[in-house]
Design a protein around this ligand. Sequence first.
Ligand code: DX5
Ligand code: ZN
Length: 215
Amino acid sequence: MPIIAPSLLSANFLNLEADCKMLNESEADWYHLDVMDGRFVPNISFGPMLVEFFRKATTKTCDVHLMIVEPEKFAEQFKNAGADILSVHIEACPHLHRNIQQIKSLGMKAGVAINPHTPVSELSDVLADIDLVCMMSVNPGFGGQKFIPHTLEKIKELRKMIDERKLKVQIEIDGGVTLENASSIVAAGADVLVAGNTVFKSADPKNTISMLKQF
Ligand code: DX5
Ligand code: ZN
């Protein structure tokens, strides 16, 4: 059964309390929180302040996806805000290994996110040091985009790399996950499904989460 991580980016920001309540009552496993800075990605979302509110609203794992430059400047703030998992983008980190060490020394699980154009092989020398790979299946910046089919090949390649080395790294797929493509994503070897629009724009979000959980 995959871990389901609804992306709050697609929630109703005028009534977050209702959406948090729905998630807490649902089979969702994690809150996926998308932080954007308008520099690494062409959009701005929210920062540590909102993560802190989500932390107070749930006991579920807070999975924070940083789409920002210089994430080392903010790692501690996100820890203090209550992040359990902190992912940084490989493309934004010239000293990625140092970022991973920092996240772990702060007591969080460390994730590395990769854009659609970044080969899986670039993870080779940090794979043993991390807990999660957040593999982007759309170009980061916006919810509601279409899944890039080539991602399926990348999932298989990464699954093989992780299994061959007997590692416990989780593969999270982020962007364009739907009830139609979830089964092939899980079959390719994904452990975690992020879903924004599929959950929050559905007529019955709780039921949609249960359905995603069945794949
Ligand atoms: C995109 C974000 C995703 C996004 C997913 O930059 O990282 O987490 O919110 O939304 P959907 O599932 O609608 O593609
Ligand atoms: Zn994300």
